[in-house]
Design a protein around this ligand. Structure first.
Ligand code: SF4
Length: 478
């Protein structure tokens, strides 16, 4: 990748001019530039670091980097997908930093990491990090850097003990973890230095949520400006990390946060993405649609992250159509109401039908549903009900393009379903749905069963991505 790609960036913040004694920092995303720069979390952390005079921050991706310091003092990773894990190790090798924290010497950088994967369960990655930041970065990040500055010249052990005093900072080498047997769960975690016995995940309590700090045509969603409308989800489906990891449900203030952010973003681009695990559950979502329907925004392209099925009405569909989006995505999990009750998904089949009918009446040309197989308690008859539901939808909204995306249930830490395994029946069930649906002209898109197993194995039954883990993260698209 050439530096011209960085040159395509339009920044929505002013980076600081670094002091002569600034700490050299490398802040990495373990995937390509296009993927990394589309991560709102990565953008926010990078902008926070880049706005500090006492840091000299360079970015690193798997296929691109800014000019890197020869002797970084801090190397950070934003980890939002567990299958990027291997890229962390490759980037450390590229930087000639020992992979294991225990093998790093005084002159070598402290390697820190944060993000949903590490917050959900840091333990599978603990050997590779000197420091892991647990929770939301809004206040944690600056406190971590301030603490580092206060011990910058101290020896490594003193540095780590001081950093571990910051709420939310986990220093794995200062805790002894024991397990039940060789393949059992964690038995105990004990501090082995003068550090807090427990590390408290940090939660931000403000009503100003995140918005893009950079817009670029090189992003995976070209030129998109992203605004976080809500954080977490009040529905608490029993498998859903997007809900449980970031509770409580918080909403951005419409006038104090969303409107000014949108105005700022739309001064540099015409593409807006509304993000959050459950954006339509914002209490003023209707007013937000009215705001976006003002004539001065007629030429913007609007994309939504997840939409709760029961909230798909004609006004929402027509607003999307007006703003150049032709399809909407809803997560239904299954066609079986019994199974939805098991997962605590408060959704009836008639609401799914109403969503499809409203989508069509509002002018949308396609609806994509997300489901899962291998949900705990699933029986063969539940799959029949999924097939029936898709057939009913086809009749109820003729002409609307129907797609069912389907993944395999992978258990996530912090959720009530964390101790259930991946069902060995799941692969067979994906094939069965494929046979039944494709023969009826319904577009069925299964996600790889093998990768679901890999996901579960890497994390020891832990997986994470901060948008909705059932798949309703997918942006509504053309
Ligand atoms: S699956 Fe969707 S509706 Fe359920 S808790 Fe997660 S984000 Fe909310």
């Amino acid at each position: 990748m050439s530096t011209a790609d960085f040159a395509a960036e339009r920044l929505l913040f002013t980076p600081a001019v670094s002091d002569p004694t600034a700490v050299p920092v490398i802040f990495a995303f373990p995937n390509t530039y296009s993927v990394g720069i589309t991560s709102l979390g990565y953008q926010i952390v990078w902008a926070t670091l880049a706005q500090r005079h006492d840091l000299q921050t360079s970015r690193l991706f798997t296929d691109a980097h800014e000019s890197l310091p020869t002797q970084p003092e801090l190397v950070g990773f934003s980890v939002s997908w567990e299958l990027d894990y291997v890229n962390i190790l490759a980037l450390l090798e590229q930087l000639q930093v020992p992979l294991l924290a225990a093998e790093r010497q005084a002159a070598q950088p402290l390697v820190f990491g944060g993000g949903p994967v590490l917050t959900a369960n840091p333990e599978p990655f603990a050997d590779f990090f000197d420091v892991i930041l647990l929770g939301e970065g809004e206040t944690l990040l600056d406190q971590f850097i301030d603490a580092y500055q206060s011990v910058r010249t101290a020896d490594r052990h003193t540095q780590l003990v001081r950093l571990a005093q910051v709420p939310g900072v986990y220093v794995p080498s200062l805790y002894a973890v024991t397990y039940v047997g060789s393949d059992g769960p964690v038995q105990a975690i004990q501090a082995i230095a003068a550090v807090p016995a427990q590390v408290q995940k940090q939660t931000y309590r403000g009503d100003v949520l995140s918005a893009s700090k950079v817009v670029t045509e090189k992003a995976a969603w070209e030129n998109i400006y992203m605004v976080e409308v809500v954080r977490s989800c009040p529905e608490m489906c029993r498998f859903c990390l997007a809900s449980y990891l970031t509770l409580p449900f918080r909403t951005a203030s419409l006038e104090g946060s969303l409107m000014p952010a949108i105005e700022r973003g739309l001064s540099v681009t015409k593409r807006l993405g509304l993000l959050g695990a459950s954006v339509t559950q914002h209490p003023e979502f209707d007013a937000l649609l009215d705001y976006l329907n003002r004539p001065e925004y007629d030429d913007i392209r609007l994309s939504l992250a997840s939409v709760r099925t029961g909230t798909v009405n004609q006004k929402l569909a027509a607003t999307l159509v007006k703003h150049d989006t032709r399809s909407i995505t809803i997560a239904v999990e299954s066609g079986s109401e019994r199974l939805r009750r098991i997962v605590n998904k408060k959704l009836q089949n008639d609401e799914i039908i109403a969503a499809a009918v409203n989508a069509k009446a509002g002018g949308l040309s396609a609806i994509k549903l997300y489901g899962m197989v291998g949900i705990p308690g699933e029986e063969a008859t539940d799959l029949d009900e999924t097939v029936e539901m898709m057939k009913t939808l086809k009749k109820a909204a003729p002409g609307l393009r129907l797609t069912l995306g389907c993944s395999t249930f992978v258990p996530k830490a912090h959720t009530p379903f964390q101790w259930f395994g991946v069902s060995p029946e799941a692969e067979k069930r994906l094939k069965l749905l494929q046979k039944q649906l494709r023969s009826r002209g319904i577009d069925f898109r299964p996600e790889s069963y093998s990768w679901s197993v890999v996901q579960a194995l890497i994390l020891g039954a832990i997986a994470a991505y901060l948008n909705c883990c059932c798949g309703c993260v997918t942006m509504a698209s053309r």
